[in-house]
Structure formats: C-alpha cells, structure tokens
Design a protein around this ligand. Structure first.
Ligand code: FES
Length: 109
C-alpha cells in the first residue's frame, strides 16, 4: 500500500486568523503558491486558487451548502472533498489536506 507523505505548513496559528471574504473563502500563500481555504459546515477545505478549466479565480467562487465550490467564470462545480467536477468534461480541481492542530491550521502539500 502506498502512503503519501505530506509536508505540513502552518497557514494560521488559529482558525480565527483565516479571514474569509464575502464568498466565504480566504487565500493563503505557501511556498509561493496561492491556495484557497474555505469552511463548509464544520469542516475546512483547501483547494487550488485557479480553476482547472480556464484559470478562473476560485476565491471569487460560490460555495453551496453541499460541500461544493462553483467557479465564478463558467460555473463548473467541484467537490471540496475530492476535487471532482460535476460536469462531464472531467476537469478536477486540486485539493489539499488541511488539518486543525493544537498550534494552528496546517495544509499538507
Ligand atoms: S474558468 Fe472555471 S469553469 Fe471555466
């Protein structure tokens, strides 16, 4: 069995430091890479800043109550958990591990 090893990066020292925009999304920068972070229900998710279809900025996207993010450009919808698209073209957005630890919010690359 293959176990992926993650390099964990602290994105914030506590949840409250993650200032969400009007779309409920914030952007953190790790290793010069922008990553979107959002909360759906009680769970945090991390996903790519650019849409895999045509580069739309996902921090301007729309969260639904079912754990999905829609791109603001053409409306493709992706699962926050798996990154899979609900559309038949097969686009998939990159998702990242995110964990709350006693000393902060960590994202695994
Ligand atoms: S750029 Fe995101 S759906 Fe087209």
């Amino acid at each position: 069995m293959f176990w992926k090893k993650y390099k964990w990066h602290r994105a914030a020292s506590k949840e409250e430091e993650l200032i969400l925009n009007k779309h409920g999304i914030c952007v953190v920068e790790i290793e010069q890479k922008k990553i979107c972070v959002a909360k759906s229900g009680s769970q945090w998710f991390a996903f790519a800043y650019h849409c895999p279809h045509a580069g739309g900025l996902m921090n301007e996207g729309y969260l639904d109550g079912a754990g999905n993010i829609s791109c603001p450009v053409h409306g493709y919808k992706f699962s926050l958990k798996t990154g899979a698209s609900k559309f038949p073209e097969g686009y998939c957005i990159k998702t990242f591990k995110i964990e709350l630890k006693p000393d902060g919010v960590y994202i695994g690359l």
